[in-house]
Ligand binder design. Structure first.
Ligand code: APR
Ligand code: PHB
Length: 390
């Protein structure tokens, strides 16, 4: 068994694990990151792409925001569309100039992986049989296989940044975890298309045939989503049908509709709200999707992962500086407070903008009234904006 030693053993090289590793590095704290997949897989995986101002500031301050600030698209507003009309919500005006940045999670992971390599600190890809041990003792460890050879990392702390299906949360006895879960009766069919965005900002639309979202990745790539069944069969969605449905659900009476183009990627994702509490078990800390999932309507997933690891890094840095465990002890409660606010917002945006197959005629009318209220009231738009920009 190959023996390794570090201060913080990080499981998972998604945005949470990579950013934590980098923030720790800036504090002079050593870590080893292990990732089940290959670098190509992690980078190519198509995910969401909205960063809050706070996430952008964090990346910039950590010295990994250069490309993000250059290539990311700053958006000061979003559109809510219903009844055939688009209504702009001016987020910057409502929040004293805050905005969001559209920059794919792939790009974030690319930048963070490059930053990791530049630090020379270890990052193992394609590891197998990962297991965490002794997190309730002062000397936890992680075992895994890399290139067929067994390894053991002895560390002071373990950071479980291994996503929703990872092993870290699953290593905690069920009796020590409280899980809050809500699965929605719909999913998103997402496409990436070689088409110039026909609108400068995102358009969230509720149509009588269901939700649709217009987003983008660059000046030449459009990202679009359609509400579908959670287990929708992609075979039933040839490109022509996808475009037809997008034009119907997104098109507005002012003649606006998305530009079409070659479809580069197509996938279906289910939607859920999930929180596991607490996020600390002795010397094991959960961060990012390992501890919580939000439906993508609020665009909060990546931002929550970033705020978790910022809190966690602050707590670990304080511990190594002074031996004080107060921030480590407070990590879970502090992170959960922000997580639950994002859960509320994501649930609200999701409920407001999707057709629930179980909704009654009353629910539908109430839903339209809610959109009418939100787009007509300065106070309501300010509230939405405050949560959306973070
Ligand atoms: N050992 C090592 N790595 C693992 C293991 C394991 N047993 N299980 C999972 N992983 C890896 C996954 O392959 C993945 O690369 O952990 C990583 C977790 O990354 P993400 O799923 O991207 O989660 P996180 O880093 O918390 O980022 C949250 O991802 O799902 C989106 O919308 C979400 O934007 C948010 C972000
Ligand atoms: C995306 O661009 O992928 C995106 C944008 C906004 C969301 C979700 C996803 O709410």
């Amino acid at each position: 068994m190959k023996q390794l030693k570090t201060q913080v053993g990080i499981v998972g090289a998604g945005p949470a694990g990579l950013l934590l590793g980098h923030l720790l590095h800036l504090q002079g704290i050593d870590s080893i990151i292990i990732e089940h997949r290959s670098l190509e897989y992690v980078v190519e995986r198509v995910r969401a792409g909205v960063l809050e101002q706070g996430t952008v500031d964090l990346m910039r301050d950590a010295g990994v925001g250069e490309r993000l600030l250059r290539e990311g698209m700053r958006h000061e507003g979003i559109y809510l569309a219903f009844g055939g009309e688009r209504h702009r919500v001016d987020m910057a005006m409502a929040t004293g100039g805050r905005a969001i940045y559209v920059y794919g999670q792939n790009e974030v992971v690319k930048d963070l992986s490059a930053a990791r390599v530049a630090t020379g600190r270890p990052l193992y890809y394609e590891v197998d049989k990962v297991a965490v041990h002794g997190y309730d003792t002062p000397s936890p460890s992680i075992t895994f296989e890399a290139g067929g050879e067994p390894h053991e990392i002895r560390c002071d702390f373990i950071a479980g940044c291994d996503g929703f299906h990872g092993v870290c949360r699953q290593s905690v006895p069920a009796a020590d975890l409280q899980v809050f879960d809500r699965v929605y009766p719909f999913g998103w069919l997402g496409i990436l298309a070689e088409a110039a965005p026909s609108c400068e900002e995102l358009v969230y639309s509720l149509h009588e045939r269901g939700f649709a979202l217009f987003s983008m990745r660059s000046h030449s790539i459009t990202r679009l989503y359609l509400q579908c069944a959670p287990d929708e069969d992609l075979a039933k969605w040839p490109d022509d049908r996808v475009w037809e449905e997008l034009q119907i659900r997104l098109g507005t009476s002012d003649g606006w509709k998305p530009n079409t183009g070659r479809i580069l990627q197509k996938s279906v994702t289910g939607m859920r709200s999930f929180v596991a509490e607490p996020m600390r078990f002795g010397r094991l800390f959960l961060a990012g999707d390992a501890a919580h999932i939000v439906p993508p309507t609020g665009a909060k997933g990546l931002n929550l992962a970033a705020s978790d690891v910022r809190y966690l890094c602050d707590a670990l840095a304080a511990f190594y500086r002074t031996g004080d465990e107060a921030l480590l002890t407070g990590y879970s409660a502090k992170a959960l407070r922000r997580i639950w606010k994002a859960q509320r917002f994501s649930w609200w945006m999701t409920s407001m903008l999707h057709l629930d197959p179980a909704a009654s005629a009353f629910d539908r009318r109430r839903q339209m009234a809610e959109l009418d209220y939100v787009t007509g009231s300065e106070a309501a738009m300010a509230s939405l904006s405050e949560s959306y920009v973070g």
